[in-house]
Design a protein around this ligand. Structure first.
Ligand SMILES: *Cc1c(COP(=O)(O)O)cnc(C)c1O
Length: 217
């Protein structure tokens, strides 16, 4: 199926319940153009250098999301234009995003990445760490950031019950945090292999790459 057919199919499956981030990492500009001409405006990338290059070359009304790990020293390259940073996993990184946002006269939307997978993953905060950050006094002084929600990745497993359990636990945590922090709106969970389960478990933003653009080498 074509890129456009793939996007259409996903949009029909998720109807209006979730926002689709088309993950275009490693894919050429022509592929992004195909999706763009069909109306897709939100694209996700996981490498800063590739993201900056695509930002420069492609239409300026694209909303770019950084979905992968972000190093503190690279924040400055994306701060002028990034719409949403999905994988914030430290206070130090938030502080730098705030600093660069202010320099650019912007408020940058961020999601805190929560570790939900059983497998040993390098990145992500524990639920306690998320609470500590969100409830800290310092965060209130950060005028350049908006913590818009949470992001999580389930274990890469064919065990659907396990994936469901992990998404469910993040959704519960999100719902509970939201009662005290009503500005949290986004729950980013679900990729090609598990977005249907993620949506059933309350996701309102999915990040889908290979199902749209084909496999990556
Ligand atoms: C690559 C990537 C995706 C998309 O993965 P697919 O399996 O190709 O849909 C989603 N989220 C993150 C964080 C990624 O790095």
């Amino acid at each position: 199926m074509s890129i456009v057919e793939n996007i259409n199919k996903i949009n029909n499956e998720i109807s209006e319940t979730a926002t689709l981030v088309a993950v275009s990492k490693t894919k050429p500009n022509e592929s992004i153009h195909e999706a763009y001409d069909f109306g897709q405006r939100i694209f996700g990338e996981n490498k800063v250098q590739e993201l900056v290059q695509k930002y420069e070359e492609l239409p300026k009304d694209i909303e770019w999301h950084l979905i992968g790990h972000l190093q503190t020293n690279k924040v400055k390259f994306i701060a002028p234009f990034i719409s949403l940073i999905h994988a914030v996993d430290s206070f130090k990184l938030l502080k730098e995003i705030n600093k660069q946002a202010i320099k650019n006269n912007r408020i940058i939307n961020c999601l805190l990445q929560v570790k939900i997978a059983e497998e040993e993953s390098k990145f992500g905060l524990t639920k306690n760490e998320v609470e500590d950050i969100i409830n800290s006094e310092e965060i209130k002084e950060f005028k350049g950031i908006n913590i818009a929600g949470l992001m999580g990745m389930a274990t890469n497993s064919s065990d659907k019950d396990q994936v469901k359990e992990e998404f469910n636990s993040l959704n519960n945590f999100f719902t509970q945090l939201k009662t005290q922090h009503p500005t949290l709106n986004i729950l980013s969970m679900g990729m090609s292999g598990d977005y249907k389960i993620a949506i059933e478990q309350g996701s309102n933003m999915i990040r889908v790459g290979s199902t749209i653009f084909g496999g990556r080498l």
